[in-house]
Design a protein around this ligand. Structure first.
Ligand SMILES: C[C@](O)(CO)[C@H](O)COP(=O)(O)OP(=O)(O)OC[C@H]1O[C@@H](n2ccc(N)nc2=O)[C@H](O)[C@@H]1O
Ligand SMILES: Nc1ncnc2c1ncn2[C@@H]1O[C@H](COP(=O)(O)OP(=O)(O)OP(=O)(O)O)[C@@H](O)[C@H]1O
Length: 278
């Protein structure tokens, strides 16, 4: 029996940094969505845990125990499997690549062995983005990433474009470069987010507080944002997470696919188009 689990790209539609804990981790308020662009995890029963990495973005992905797939598998003691990670997302890109792979591995091994998922604190120990990736649906994320409040209504299937300029931006460096760490949160009550117009109107009044420090580290992010914003039908262009990947939102998946075509060809840019998942 082989189990296939999708590891969708994580998109921070907004990312407000509202404080910092004594241990240095930052407090966040983020509207998080997932999209139909992502990696895949394949898992089959085997006498011991092993990992193979394939796919167009396999180059440079670690095969050793530091791979988040193996770190996640290590939490599912007694559930060995032959794991294949099919890599489609750029790494260190702000779209939860390794984090989503870890969450998909937990889901795959839980299904393969009919085993319970690890405790929330163990999931958080894999990385601040893993709890929201384990939820894998539209959420408001708080705390350092452990407070996950699924949205009351599913997000609409908006078109989305993802663009990465081919520059790794290490998350710790971006948080370290923040000038202000006690920014305002989003409004306590979120408005209905059931269609393109209200979603982009609401998000236009929100922020990604990591955009400024990330652009100081990788100025190419500014070029990516301008190029996305200039595409036909783009309702919002914003960096995701700690970058460098930026996203554009469109009313339809077709509009996003057209925008992606217009953006391809820039040397070294990774461009993908899809739709926002519920
Ligand atoms: C920026 C986001 O992607 C937004 O979703 C996440 O907060 C980062 O999630 P992540 O990449 O899984 O982060 P981790 O790998 O857990 O942490 C990497 C480093 O980012 C910083 N970090 C991360 C999360 C957080 N709430 N505050 C932080 O200051 C810490 O220096 C940490 O050592
Ligand atoms: N399964 C994995 N896929 C990609 N990178 C991985 C994986 N496991 C470990 N890594 C290592 O983790 C580093 C960070 O990559 P990762 O894709 O986790 O960042 P990210 O999750 O996209 O960033 P963010 O959490 O800010 O969205 C990579 O440079 C790589 O060395």
């Amino acid at each position: 029996m082989t189990v296939r689990e999708f590891a969708p790209a994580k998109i921070n539609l907004s990312l407000h940094v509202t404080g910092r804990r004594a241990d240095g981790y930052h407090l966040l308020d983020s509207l998080v969505a997932f999209c139909s662009v992502g990696d895949w995890i394949l898992a089959g029963k085997a006498p011991e845990m092993r990992l193979a990495v394939a796919g167009p973005r396999a180059e440079g992905v670690p095969l050793g125990p530091e791979n988040l797939v193996l770190r996640a598998a290590g939490l599912m003691a007694g559930a060995p499997a032959a794991l294949t990670l099919e890599k489609h997302l750029p790494a260190a890109a702000g779209i939860g690549g390794g984090s989503s792979d870890a969450a998909a591995t937990l889901r795959a091994l839980s299904r393969l062995h009919d085993a319970p998922l690890p405790a929330p604190e163990a999931v958080l120990g894999l990385g601040a983005d893993v709890p929201v990736c384990l939820a894998g649906r539209g959420c408001r994320m708080g705390g350092i990433g452990e407070r996950i409040a699924p949205l009351e209504a599913p997000l609409p299937p908006l078109g989305v474009v993802l663009v990465n300029p081919g520059i790794d931006v290490p998350t710790p460096a971006v948080f370290k470069a923040l000038a202000v760490r006690d920014n305002a949160p989003m409004p306590e009550a979120l408005p209905p987010l059931r269609a393109f117009d209200p979603v982009v109107a609401f998000l236009a009044a929100q922020r990604n507080d990591l955009e400024a420090p990330a652009r100081a580290i990788a100025p190419a992010i500014g070029e990516v944002l301008a190029a996305i914003a200039a595409t036909k039908g783009c309702g919002l262009a914003r960096m995701s997470g700690s970058g460098a990947t930026c996203f554009g939102l469109y009313e339809t998946e077709a509009a996003a696919a057209s925008a992606a075509e217009a953006l391809r060809g820039r040397s070294g840019w990774w461009v993908a188009a899809g739709r926002i998942l519920p």
